[in-house]
Design a protein around this ligand. Structure first.
Ligand SMILES: CC(C)(COP(=O)(O)OP(=O)(O)OC[C@H]1O[C@@H](n2cnc3c(N)ncnc32)[C@H](O)[C@@H]1OP(=O)(O)O)[C@@H](O)C(=O)NCCC(=O)NCCS
Length: 146
């Protein structure tokens, strides 16, 4: 897949937030403050997927103690199902491996079949269900990959 991948810059945050709100309902989408927190306060890896100059998707990982969290993976709704999520996960894991080893965790809404299927393909397994994980009280699976 031919693509232009770059770390997120400060100018990208508003577009990322817009895509996040197209991908997730209220209570699950991140606020502006959360984007700043994940991208600039925590030790993070971000990759933005662009076609020409247009952002089509992005992935964010954060390092927390000895493990990584896959914070989010967002593909613009009209660009989903074209392999971009797979590509970002593959490239994102390469960057994580270059930085340090350690397990990767993530949370995903229990009925988000698309994402769960994709994460299973990458070797993630469900550790447990976290009740009322999201602000809108939806449950999440905690998933783990060694
Ligand atoms: C989930 C998401 C990241 C997947 O990215 P994508 O670019 O659409 O996915 P891909 O085209 O790379 O497909 C990868 C796999 O996802 C799964 N998938 C994709 N579309 C699917 C669908 N309609 N139904 C079920 N599984 C699906 C399949 O396992 C697929 O693999 P396959 O093509 O070999 O069958 C994307 O749909 C998205 O941004 N969704 C909204 C945000 C979200 O839920 N993010 C995850 C948060 S934890």
């Amino acid at each position: 897949m031919k693509a232009n991948l770059q770390p997120a810059s400060i100018e990208d945050i508003l577009v990322m937030m817009t895509i996040d709100r197209q991908c997730f309902p209220a209570g699950e989408a991140f606020s502006l403050e959360e984007f700043y927190f994940y991208l600039y306060y925590l030790d993070s890896i971000s990759l933005i997927y662009r076609d020409k100059s247009k952002i089509l998707g992005f992935i964010i990982f954060s390092k927390l103690d000895e493990y990584w969290e896959l914070v989010t993976l967002d593909i613009k709704p009209e660009e989903q199902g074209k392999g971009i999520g797979t590509y970002l996960l593959k490239e994102g894991f390469e960057k994580v491996k270059e930085r340090s080893s350690g397990p990767v965790y993530l949370h995903v809404r229990v009925d988000n079949e698309k994402a769960i299927n994709l994460y299973r393909k990458f070797g993630f397994n469900v550790v447990k269900t976290v009740k009322n994980y999201y602000n809108n009280r939806q449950d999440a699976y905690l998933m783990h990959k060694e």
